[in-house]
Design a protein around this ligand. Structure first.
Ligand SMILES: Cc1cc2nc3c(=O)[nH]c(=O)nc-3n(C[C@H](O)[C@H](O)[C@H](O)COP(=O)(O)O)c2cc1C
Length: 181
């Protein structure tokens, strides 16, 4: 099983990366092969951009090989980040159709984050992904000074979500194999 984990923050120092890195480790502990893609490191052109762009080719390959997705975004002005939406526009539905996706958001606090999550859910539905009902949102207090996600309840919650993602990916993967036969 291969899961593509995407950090959807464009920032050099990023709390969303703290979520994505933790989930990468949690999935690997379960024996999952993880491809990690970081939109703060891989600088994509704006859609529709040069398809020979190296970060873009890496994204296509990761999504092509993925059986499921974990996607984390910062909440920016009540939505997902622009770089994440741009990346999803490049990918389109063929990469996501009937594959599971788990979502998480980093908010600025004050009970933020839900709008970014709802926005991701709406867009991923447009891409025909099967989005898990369970989701996670952080506030800045959940992190240490290195932007690592250290809050115990958050780690436990993400353990549950990573487990559910693996379970659904196994089930849908088996179904897709049966459909091919
Ligand atoms: C342009 C911009 C818009 C933001 N809008 C919101 C918002 O609408 N709601 C919120 O809770 N936080 C908002 N924030 C705060 C970020 O969600 C918060 O700092 C989060 O940690 C960013 O994730 P990152 O560190 O991975 O980039 C905004 C931050 C920026 C830079």
């Amino acid at each position: 099983m291969n899961i593509l984990v995407i950090n959807g923050s464009p920032m050099e120092k990023s709390r969303t990366r703290g979520i994505a890195k933790l989930v990468k480790e949690l999935l690997e502990e379960q024996g999952v092969m993880v491809t990690y893609y970081d939109l703060g490191i891989e600088k994509l052109p704006l859609f529709p951009g040069d398809e020979e762009n190296a970060p873009l080719r890496k994204l296509y390959k990761g999504a092509q090989e993925a059986d499921g997705f974990f996607i984390a975004s910062p909440e920016y002005h009540n939505g997902m980040s622009g770089v994440l939406k741009n990346a999803l526009d490049f990918l389109g539905g063929t990469y996501f159709k009937h594959k599971p996706a788990a979502i998480a958001a980093a908010s600025g606090g004050s009970k933020g984050g839900i709008n970014a999550l709802n926005n991701m859910r709406t867009v991923l539905r447009g891409l025909y992904a099967v989005v898990l009902p369970d989701q996670y949102v952080s506030n800045p207090e959940c992190y240490d000074e290195n932007y690592d996600l250290v809050d115990r309840e958050s780690v436990e919650r993400l353990q549950v979500i990573a487990g559910l993602l693996v379970e659904l990916t196994e089930k849908l993967g088996i179904k897709q194999e049966q459909d091919v036969r």
